[in-house]
Design a protein around this ligand. Structure first.
Ligand code: C5P
Length: 415
């Protein structure tokens, strides 16, 4: 039975994966219980090779969950309910395999099903061999999970059980505890945007020619999704209006999926009022003047069909127009291949927005993970170094927070 009392107001669902670092998770359970935090544990099949369910349940004072189709457990608590039963889901050790499955949304067992079903924040403490950690596949999964809103603690660098040296060692239980406490307590300084509403547009729009063809701009949606996740991480209530992308909705973000520019404008308007609107979407400037109801057929030896285009509404310019519904801060993006800054400065004036984030897309920014941007405001131009899109998002989210709520304390920088 869970001990009742004023101190045990918070709890974590701890997923123990299969790695030698699992022994440190026992210490983590002990520290959590001592800190007055309730712990329910899920032990994966591989994790059970390293620690026993008995030691976990003895330390946590709770039953340990192992099997997805364990009828006794299902009768007491379904796996969906279990995934939402705590304030925070912690994966320690998070193995390369667990990270890969979580990044892909695979759910072959109880642990991965809980990760897919949970509506709570997730914190992972990776632990693996240095080469496995540095492998592009793991780094891809890390980027995906981060974009999905998953937080990470570690890994540390040092000598590993396998005899190699480098990053991959699970963070020490005390460090994981500190990360858990920071997340659970979510002090106001870490959630400066709590109580604010932000609209983000992302991805391309598809403008249909006929049922099988469309015109579109190139856009993976990664930067917009990363920004939505970063803003939600700072406590904002985020509506993400997204054109077609392959990305999952970041945790804690309300996503509205649309296809065309006109649908995007309608969804953006419906999300008002908001405190800030950030238009990251690569909206198609034009759409076919008519959309054929049936597939246009190729005629034998015939000329290609003419394509007459019509201009799409400019969502950024529309939302920037003065009026009672205008967000306090409107931010646009400008993807340019040349004369980036002069174009961005002109665009800021033309669209009537407050800031333009200008990016040079002459390299492989489209679909890539890095972005070199300049922030163009009324005060001038600030050029940032080339950074991972998540880091661009984090910095921009902090700047937005400062614009909306004033200077942030130093702790927010450490987020
Ligand atoms: O004019 P351009 O497409 O270069 O402007 C880019 C900025 O304007 C981006 O922030 C984009 O999301 C926004 N935009 C928009 N609606 C359009 C075209 C662009 O919101 N129809």
């Amino acid at each position: 039975m869970e001990t009742q009392g004023p101190v045990k107001t918070k709890s974590v669902l701890l997923i123990v994966g299969g790695g030698i670092a699992a022994y440190k998770s026992l210490e983590l359970v002990r520290l959590l219980v001592r800190a007055g935090i309730g712990v329910r544990a899920i032990l994966t099949e591989a994790g059970a090779q390293f620690v026993t369910p008995l030691s976990l349940s003895a330390l946590s004072g709770q039953p340990v969950y192992q099997a997805l189709f364990d009828l006794t457990d299902e009768a007491e608590m379904g796996h969906i309910q279990l995934s939402r039963s705590a304030d925070l889901v912690v994966v320690a050790p998070a193995t390369a395999d667990l990270m890969a499955k979580a990044a892909q949304g695979l759910a072959p067992d109880l642990a991965t099903t809980a990760l897919l079903a949970t509506d709570k924040p997730v914190l992972m403490a990776p632990a693996m061999n240095v080469r496995m950690w540095q492998h592009p596949a793991t780094q891809r999964n890390l980027a995906t999970l981060t974009a999905d809103g998953v937080r990470f603690v570690g890994p540390d660098e040092g000598a590993m059980a396998c005899g190699e040296f480098g990053p991959g060692r699970m963070a020490e239980p005390e460090a994981i505890l500190a990360a858990i406490l920071a997340q659970l307590e979510a002090p106001a300084a870490h959630r400066p945007l709590a109580g604010t509403r932000v609209l983000v547009t992302a991805g391309p729009t598809h403008e249909p020619i006929d049922p099988v063809r469309y015109i579109a701009n190139r856009s993976s949606g990664k930067q917009g999704y990363a920004l939505a996740a970063a803003l939600a991480g700072l406590g904002a209530e985020v509506t993400l209006v997204s054109g077609p992308t392959a990305l999952p909705a970041p945790a804690g973000v309300h996503r509205l999926s649309v296809e065309t520019a006109r649908q995007m404008l309608d969804a953006a308007r419906a999300a008002l009022p908001v405190d800030a609107a950030v238009m990251v979407a690569a909206v198609a400037d034009w759409r076919p003047a008519t959309t054929e109801a049936r597939k246009v057929k190729k005629g034998e030896g015939a000329a290609p069909p003419p394509l007459t285009l019509e201009e799409n509404p400019d969502i950024l310019a529309t939302l920037s127009r003065p009026g009672p519904d205008r967000p306090r801060l409107v931010v646009g993006f400008a993807a340019e291949t040349n004369d980036v800054i002069p174009h961005a400065v002109a665009k800021r004036a033309r669209k009537g927005c407050d800031w333009i984030v200008a990016n040079d897309v002459s390299g492989d920014v489209m679909g890539g993970d890095a972005n070199a941007v300049s922030l163009v405001t009324a005060d001038g131009v600030e050029t940032w170094p080339s950074l991972p899109k998540d880091e661009v998002a984090r910095r921009l989210a902090l700047r937005i927070a400062e614009a909306l709520v004033g200077p942030l304390s130093g702790t927010a920088e450490s987020l």
